[in-house]
Unconditional design. Structure first.
Length: 434
């Protein structure tokens, strides 16, 4: 058994009594009430999910296993010669809650290398799809196609004990995570680089290998590491994480679950917002003839968007009530590596003008930028101008957190998810009694 798996096994054994005690002795303690507004309004703020992989504080932002983004980036072991940590180390952190040593990270990186071969039929399926298929559809289909590889299904059919469900789930989670960078890069090169596929380099870590297969030189390896880490998890109520958890709760395997979570991420109110931001900026650029708008000019574009009944992509959040620290981490990267980039300047103007406008409009509860307002500009700068592809990068990162959650869901025996519905008439009846 690998050291990561052994450590995970020990953590699971130690954790199980905590969950069991809570359910047995305190199962009927109230966490809160649900209002009619919440029932109609997407369960916003209803506390009914449990995860220890990450926690999103509305004012502070995300903490991965208790660590803020700057702490995570600082403490995880760095790839030699790079500014950014190993993504494999982040996988270790999310799964176990512990910051790994360099030795432990290298072991996980080696394990990823052993698991990374993508079956040929996946490429055949991708090639059979019309070339103008959205890359998120391709990614989802590629993951779903590999469902026949599921270790969980094999073990389940052989009658494995419920207590051991986490083990094959862990195995297939690592199998899938190790393959995703190659699938993503394959989609990119096939669709947007005249089908010139670059094979993986067996000597590189996950982020380095992704940059290599994309055909982009340094520091794109660090960009990839940063992206995958930043996008990995955002507690479990967001659409992609929740979808993955929900599907897995039916004991569907990791392939079904992650293919489904990718489909949720592909919505413009969620992960696709990063593509929408670039599309929106390009529209403004066309109108401005490439010149950077003044604050006054930009305000007009923002108001035009709002008045035509559309959202300003990259701003607002269902939970956060301040600027997303994932935005700030990428902003810092931009200030260091691409301060004079034209699109970064656009993003910078938006950073100044959008929040006061949204406040003035008085609808959005959070006027501040989210992760998606900043992520496209970095990709564009390093040559990935096909913004349809941006959400795929998000998806590769998000898979890490969703997979870690599912392994723990199985370990702690979380049941099939089944919230209760009511009818509109029932709501009216309750409202009338008040
Ligand atoms: N532009 C214009 N209007 C906005 C807005 C924005 N950026 N953000 C919120 N609003 C509006 C909402 O559409 C809603 O309007 P209605 O009352 O007319 O329906 C109102 O303000 C209240 O919304 P809210 O409670 O503040 O926000 P929600 O929790 O309902 O939605 C969203 C959160 C992120 C979906 C929302 O802010 C939005 O649409 N933002 C733009 C799209 C975007 O950037 N999405 C990415 C979010 C981060 C993420 O998940 N990345 O993957």
């Amino acid at each position: 058994m690998s050291r990561l798996k052994e450590k995970l096994r020990q953590k699971i054994e130690a954790w199980r009594p905590r969950t069991a005690k809570l359910v047995k002795e305190h199962g009927d303690v109230k966490l809160g009430d649900v209002t009619i507004g919440q029932a109609i309004g997407g369960a916003r703020g209803v506390k009914c999910l449990v995860t220890d992989i990450s926690y999103l504080d509305p004012l502070e932002g995300i903490r991965f296993r208790g660590y803020t983004i700057p702490e995570t980036l600082e403490r995880l072991p760095k790839v030699p010669g790079s500014e950014m940590p190993y993504v494999e180390g982040h996988v270790y952190l999310l799964l176990t809650g512990d910051i790994p040593t360099m030795d432990e990270v290298v072991e996980v990186a080696e394990e990823f290398k052993k698991r990374k071969a993508v079956p040929q039929y996946v490429f055949d399926i991708l090639r059979a799809m019309p070339r103008d298929t959205h890359p998120m559809t391709m990614l989802s289909a590629a993951i779903l196609a590999m469902q026949r590889e599921s270790v969980f299904v094999q073990k389940y059919n052989a009658g494995i004990s419920k207590m051991d469900y986490w083990d094959p789930t862990y195995e297939e989670a690592l199998d899938l995570l190790a393959k995703l960078p190659q699938i993503a890069a394959y989609i990119f090169r096939m669709k947007y680089r005249s089908d010139t596929i670059i094979p993986p380099d067996p000597n590189l870590d996950m982020g380095g290998n992704f940059a290599h297969m994309m055909g982009i030189g340094k520091p794109y390896d660090d960009v990839s590491r940063l992206y995958f880490i930043l996008h990995s998890d955002h507690e479990s109520g967001n659409v992609s994480a929740h979808t993955g958890h929900l599907i897995a709760s039916a004991l569907s395997d990791i392939y079904y679950s992650l293919s489904g979570m990718i489909n949720g991420l592909a919505g413009p109110l969620h992960g696709l917002a990063n593509q929408e931001v670039l599309r929106w900026i390009q529209g403004v650029m066309d109108k401005m003839g490439g010149k950077v708008p003044t604050d006054e000019e930009m305000k007009k574009f923002v108001w035009d968007t709002l008045q035509s009944g559309q959202v300003v992509p990259g701003f607002g959040h269902a939970v956060l009530r301040k600027t997303d620290p994932r935005y700030m981490a990428q902003r810092e990267f931009c200030l260091k590596h691409l301060p004079d980039d034209l699109i970064f300047k656009y993003v910078d103007v938006l950073f100044r003008v959008v929040p006061p406008i949204l406040e003035q409009q008085g609808k959005a509860k959070n006027p501040w930028p989210n992760v998606d307002a900043q992520s496209g500009v970095i990709q564009w700068y390093y040559g990935v101008k096909e913004y349809d592809f941006y959400t795929v990068l998000f998806g590769v990162g998000r898979a890490i957190g969703v997979a870690a959650n599912i392994v723990w869901d199985r370990a702690l025996g979380y049941p099939i998810e089944r919230p209760k519905s009511v009818t509109t008439a029932m709501l009216e009846e309750v409202a009338a009694k008040k």
